[in-house]
Write a protein that binds this ligand. Structure first.
Ligand code: SF4
Length: 346
């Protein structure tokens, strides 16, 4: 194998940068940095146009651009060193940086901000619904720019909107991250309901698990308001799953080595708790968790220390029930079933 070229001096230490879209600023910043090779990673929803974008970047920046075949779920799983060994710059689409996640290489985060949305019309739709007036606002990173004007428009209509900052895993105040809704948790005591600004069900469901408040959502592109989500039903289903594995003897503790999902200390602590309660618990390491790799194992149930949404959203794809760490402690009898605790990744 040919020896690997050293990363140009200065590039390895260059700070990560954030861009709203793939535009001239990004291309100019990349040219200034002078990478020898770039790796481009896109989320699953954008793979259709990924080759075209890679070709454009190749031409416009003037260096080779490799396209990562593994789609990213979040800023927690960027292309790893061995997945793109020759790239000295990564461009990751669709996610804000996770400020406290370890760096793999210098990365440009393209947040794909979506400015569209008629704020007065959205405020009218919201104000004409029965949604409570003391309202917490949360948005996906794509629609975060709408939060300040929407907050002002709702205030003008008699609302008392609040936006929480959240902890150090979040890049922005009001930001929804699938594993961390600490901005909403922070203001939960001051609001009667939460309003998610964005598209899809992923974040509204996560918010409902994380915070015991009715969750509504408004789609800024379609101007449609939905909600509230029945949190009781969601939580009951998880509690039933926990109850079903209370007597499980053999546990698999799943660990992912993706830099922003890697919780080995949590896994070791859970293993100790399990053993103290007379259970067997084996730690199973993977980079990307694959349900197929877990088939045929002598295990009654799993607890997942990687992305918390694997247990909540994808458990049905796994050969045995998958719990989050707090649910596992409920199953061991170390935490009560109520109040239900979301597995916040700090
Ligand atoms: S851990 Fe899961 S929810 Fe959190 S950023 Fe990564 S993929 Fe998203």
């Amino acid at each position: 194998m040919a020896p690997q070229a050293a990363i140009p001096p200065g590039l390895a230490e260059a700070p990560d940068q954030v861009f709203a879209t793939v535009g001239p600023e990004l291309r100019e910043a990349a040219r200034r940095l002078g990478p020898r090779r770039i790796v481009l990673q896109v989320p699953a929803g954008l793979v259709r146009n990924a080759s075209e974008l890679a070709a454009r970047l190749r031409e416009e920046i003037g260096v080779p651009v490799d396209l990562a075949s593994r789609a990213c779920f979040g800023a927690c799983d960027p292309p790893l060193a061995d997945e793109a060994p020759r790239a000295d710059l990564a461009i990751v689409l669709g996610h804000a940086p996770i400020p406290n996640a370890p760096r793999v290489r210098t990365t440009f985060f393209v947040e794909m901000r979506e400015p569209a949305g008629d704020v007065p019309a959205l405020a009218e739709v919201i104000a004409s619904s029965p949604i409570p007036r003391r309202l917490g606002l949360v948005g996906s990173v794509q629609h975060l720019d709408l939060l300040p004007p929407l907050e002002a428009a709702l205030r003008d209509r008699g609302f008392r909107p609040r936006v929480g900052r959240g902890d150090r895993r979040l890049a922005y105040a009001g930001q929804a991250l699938g594993c961390n809704y600490t901005g909403a948790e922070e203001i939960a005591g001051e609001v009667e309901a939460l309003l998610f600004v964005g598209t899809g069900r992923f974040h509204p469901l996560g918010l409902a698990f994380a915070v015991d408040r009715p969750v509504w959502s408004v789609d800024p592109l379609r101007g449609q308001l939905d909600g509230p989500i029945d949190r009781g039903e969601l939580v009951r289903r998880r509690q039933l799953l926990v109850a079903s594995v209370r007597d499980a003897r053999r546990w698999g503790i799943l660990v992912s080595t993706f830099p922003g999902q890697h919780r080995s200390p949590t896994a070791l602590a859970l293993q100790q708790r399990a053993r103290a309660r007379g259970r067997e618990a084996e730690i199973l390491l993977a980079q990307r968790l694959d349900p197929g790799d877990l088939l045929g194992r002598d295990v009654d149930a799993f607890v997942c220390t990687a992305c918390p949404r694997i247990a909540l959203d994808d458990s049905a794809n796994y050969p045995k029930p998958v719990l989050t760490p707090p649910e596992f402690l409920m199953a061991l009898g170390e935490l009560p079933l109520e109040p239900y605790r979301f597995d916040t990744y700090h």
